[in-house]
Design a protein around this ligand. Structure first.
Ligand code: 5RP
Length: 227
């Protein structure tokens, strides 16, 4: 028997292996962020070593650095009109492929990349599946001067927003902004909450990804399951 941690890693690796089968020669590929996405980036670099031509669009500085270290060619997001396939992780997903993302703070770039992608493939271990989104707090990227205002607006819609900090210092995103992690309890209507958050000034992006994922590939034990 394997330990819980080994099981999780195996599920992540298997999901990544399944996902890279969707990549074709000459594809522009979105590179996700987070520990699950790392497996996909490593496998994409292997495909390039085997002779495929792939251009990567990173969703974070961290993923850009890893991709470059592994010898992947990157392309500027403003030099393309679409992305063939993106492989990214998630913090939670449900059976309707609605997601919470942004645990790693990369939600804004992840959302832009997902929106430009013909195929957005989410890879996850089985611990990420939920009946209803909301146990994981919704990350919200906020322009620094609007933090107080946005927290008040979140209170008005019966949520509670906490500024993300590392060692008492605000976490800064790749775009120079802050993250508020918002607790709305279990979310009965994620699409409606997403719309409400879209209306609040000062919010650059929130971690509710609605109708963006084409497939979720979840590792389950030694198998993979598709949603
Ligand atoms: C980063 C993300 C990640 O995809 C999400 O946090 C999952 O990360 P991990 O694979 O490490 O659990 O949205 O902003």
């Amino acid at each position: 028997m394997y330990k819980q941690e080994d099981k999780k890693e195996l599920e992540r690796k298997n999901a990544a292996s399944e996902a890279v089968k969707h990549i074709n020669n000459n594809d522009v590929v979105g590179l996700g962020t987070g520990s699950t996405a790392v497996y996909a980036i490593q496998l994409i670099a292997e495909l390039v070593k085997q002779g495929l031509t792939i251009k990567g669009v990173p969703t974070s500085e961290k993923s850009a650095l890893l991709a470059t270290q592994l010898g992947l060619e990157l392309i500027d997001i403003n030099d393309i009109s679409s992305i063939d396939v993106t492989i990214d992780g998630a913090d939670e997903f449900d059976s309707a492929r609605q997601l919470i993302k942004g645990g790693g703070g990369a939600l804004f770039r992840e959302k832009i990349v997902a929106s430009l992608s013909k195929k957005e493939i989410i890879i996850a271990d089985s611990g990420k599946f939920v009946e209803r989104l909301g146990k994981f707090k919704v990350p919200i990227e906020v322009v620094p001067i609007a933090v107080n205002y946005v927290q008040q607006q979140i209170l008005r819609i019966e949520g509670k927003g906490t500024l993300r900090e590392t060692e008492h210092v605000p976490f800064i995103t790749d775009n120079g902004n802050y993250i508020i992690d918002a607790d709305f309890g279990l979310i009965s209507d994620p699409a409606s909450l997403a719309q409400t958050l879209n209306q609040i000034d000062g919010i650059l992006a929130h971690g509710l990804f609605i109708n963006l994922a084409t497939i979720v590939i979840m590792g389950q034990g030694t198998e993979v399951r598709l949603y």
